[in-house]
Design a protein around this ligand. Sequence first.
Ligand SMILES: [Zn+2]
Length: 280
Amino acid sequence: MPTEPRDAQARRDIGPVICYPDDTLPAPDLVGYIAARGSAHKIDEAIAAPREAATFRVPAGYFFRISSVDGPQVGDLNLWNADDLSERFYSGKTRALHGTHVTTGNRLWSSFPALRPMATIIEDTLSWYGIDAFGGSVHDVIGTRCDPYTHRLLAGGDYHHCCHSNLTRALADELSISRVEAEAHVHDVMNVFMCTGFTRDTGQYFMKASPVRPGDYIEFFAEIPLLGALSACPGGDCSSTHSSGAAACHPLLIEVFAPADPPAGWEVPAVNAYDRSHGA
Ligand SMILES: [Zn+2]
């Protein structure tokens, strides 16, 4: 251990600065979105079976809802631009812009060079949860996804129904491509309904029983045409374990809604305006 400098405490006592103040971030017109949602009717649905994933498509300007049915269950969500899979959900930048967990009014941002809103959260029945005494909250963008590689590293053996594999199989089936090709498109997720945080003493990623109950849902507005994949995590409510067949698991319902008219004044967001020259 290196020796502390004499002014160690003074250095620690310096206050934090928000990396990305969001007061210049264009705000979504939630009132307009919710008005358009009022006129919408259901056009499609899919079920992510326990320890499996389902894909779904949402045209730009439409809505989709993810609901808990039957029992508490966490879902791992991937999103792509349906017309260009190289534009996909960017968990890290979404976290930098909105914080570790997302809720109503937050947006899911896409990868470089587009960096634009892919989806906007318009309703979240778990928004009451807030941040608990452990620093835990719901719907994180800090986890990655359970996967067979980390499982092998830490526990040995192969488990084939981690969210990473579920998403890979579902995308391969959706696009009629090989699992090897599909795997390259699978990315860090939004953990729908999952309750997580970082321990205060060691800074480790933790999970705890999700507060989600049947009937709870989170609803999104699709800013661009979306291809989505949702895995019903083998961890179930993530109260004890994942990456195994041990936890009680339940399905998740995905529903897609078409509005009579798109929200007033809304347009598909333009891709980021940076010229990509990266200087001289
Ligand atoms: Zn998982």
